[in-house]
Design a binder for this molecule. Structure first.
Ligand SMILES: NC(=O)c1ccc[n+]([C@@H]2O[C@H](COP(=O)([O-])OP(=O)(O)OC[C@H]3O[C@@H](n4cnc5c(N)ncnc54)[C@H](OP(=O)(O)O)[C@@H]3O)[C@@H](O)[C@H]2O)c1
Length: 397
């Protein structure tokens, strides 16, 4: 895939001083700290100025659109409230980190209305304002379809609850409400990429596609995309849009990594054929592909839940063998396992920009450092040889 590399002409930012601001940024301390931290508006003032730092960042078109996105998309699911997910980092650190991500040339940010029940969007919006991020430079993606409760409970889908019955899914009513709520939380005039988090089997595809088209026509959204769903349904939705002259999906956000490759059967060939961008979520398998099993972080409990819920295989050893292979290649090459897992994802011609969850500055630098890592044919074969096909992940609410 053709890409462009960003070579900033000058660097006046003091990276070492930036690093000093993150000395306690190991995950367990963040979690402990975040429990007691009360955000303040002046929190980012002490932070280093918004001057670009040298970066290997590359840019590609989002599928067949003219929109240029960085080859790494910054996933914002981990920015929010530890009551929603225990490994979430809170506002102050999250805003600082978003600034560092931006300075290193990542222009593509993915959030969702349901992440920390709106807090992730609020934090991203605050970062854009407080750090004076150029709106023309960044590409903001968010999603709708899951419920956003008023408290920090995990997103339910209680179809018969009078409080929620119209507050999730892909109906015209809910999508119109949801886009306005996201814009308000993000404090933006428009969203670059608005995605359907899941398709709602209760709602006719025509209704959803027409509603999305009308939202684009209203100017609130520039492009539309979708997340995990059966390939036939995604293709049908785009056919409905095409037949009616409505806006089509230009991007698919699906689960794709070395321990979940079911998308290679149908979705990836369709996207490649149709010129739809693929922006995989959890390319590092929520961290599982980045470390030995015995290593514990604040996220390993969540990563295990992800694995069991979405990437379950018949026998645990199937995934273990893949993790071992990643670690072996990383050791041999003298790079991190995360770099190997990301390089594998990026080696696929249909992958546009994997959405990585960055909650630590050392992870950010590690990923960017690994951007030019090219795996050999033999290494790719070794990484793939132990994959055991498994049931696809559940696509329903
Ligand atoms: N559409 C959907 O349904 C859906 C679902 C889930 C996620 N997403 C999107 O995908 C994004 C990424 O998801 P994810 O966080 O599960 O993805 P991921 O990139 O697969 O996992 C990130 C985790 O990997 C670990 N890690 C270890 N070394 C790393 C390194 N060098 N760089 C980065 N991470 C490293 C970190 O955990 P430790 O701290 O434990 O080391 C980190 O939390 C989300 O923020 C969201 O935007 C979408």
């Amino acid at each position: 895939m053709a890409h462009h590399t960003y070579c900033p002409f000058a660097c006046t930012a003091d990276i070492s001083s930036t690093e000093q601001l993150f000395p306690i940024c190991n995950s367990s301390l963040i979690s402990i700290f975040s429990l007691f931290f009360v955000p303040s508006n002046s929190s980012t003032k002490q932070f280093s100025s918004m001057v670009d730092v040298p970066t290997k960042m590359q840019y590609v078109n989002l599928g067949s659109t003219g929109l240029k996105v960085s080859r790494i998309c910054a996933g914002c699911m981990g920015y929010g409230d530890p009551r929603w997910t225990e490994w979430a980092i809170q506002e102050k650190y999250a805003i600082e980190l978003i600034g560092e991500i931006y300075k290193r040339g990542i222009n593509f940010f993915d959030t969702a209305n349901c992440y920390s029940n709106g807090q992730s969007e609020i934090i991203l919006g605050k970062a854009i304002k407080q750090l004076n991020m150029s709106r023309g430079r960044i590409v903001i993606a968010t999603k709708a379809a899951l419920a956003v409760p008023d408290d920090m409970s995990f997103n339910p889908a209680p179809r018969d609850d009078p409080n929620f019955v119209n507050r999730f899914g892909t109906s015209r009513k809910h999508l119109f409400d949801a886009v306005d709520a996201s814009l308000k939380r993000l404090d933006l005039d428009y969203i670059d990429l608005y995605q359907i988090h899941r398709f709602d089997d209760d709602i006719p595809l025509e209704e959803t596609m027409r509603a999305l088209h009308d939202i684009v026509q209203s100017g609130k959204v520039r492009y539309i995309g979708a997340s995990s769903m059966p390939a036939w349904k995604f293709q049908k939705a785009n056919q409905i849009a095409e037949k009616n002259g409505w806006t089509k999906f230009v991007a698919m956000q699906n689960l794709y990594n070395l321990i979940y490759r079911e998308e290679e059967h149908e979705m990836m060939p369709y996207c490649m054929d149709a010129g739809v961008a693929v922006i995989p979520w959890s390319p590092l398998a929520a961290g599982t592909l980045t470390r030995k099993r015995e290593v514990k972080t604040s996220r390993t409990g969540n990563a295990k839940w992800f694995e069991e819920t979405f990437m379950k295989t018949r026998e645990q050893k199937d995934n273990d063998m893949i993790v071992d292979e990643v670690l072996a290649i990383a050791e041999k090459r003298g790079v991190s396992a995360a770099q190997v897992a990301l390089a594998w994802n990026l080696s696929k011609p249909y992958v546009t920009a994997p959405i990585v969850g960055i909650t630590k500055i050392k992870h950010l630098d590690d990923l960017i450092e690994g951007l030019d890592l090219e795996l050999t044919k033999e290494e790719i074969e070794a990484l793939e040889k132990n994959y055991a096909p498994r049931e696809g992940m559940p696509f329903t609410f």
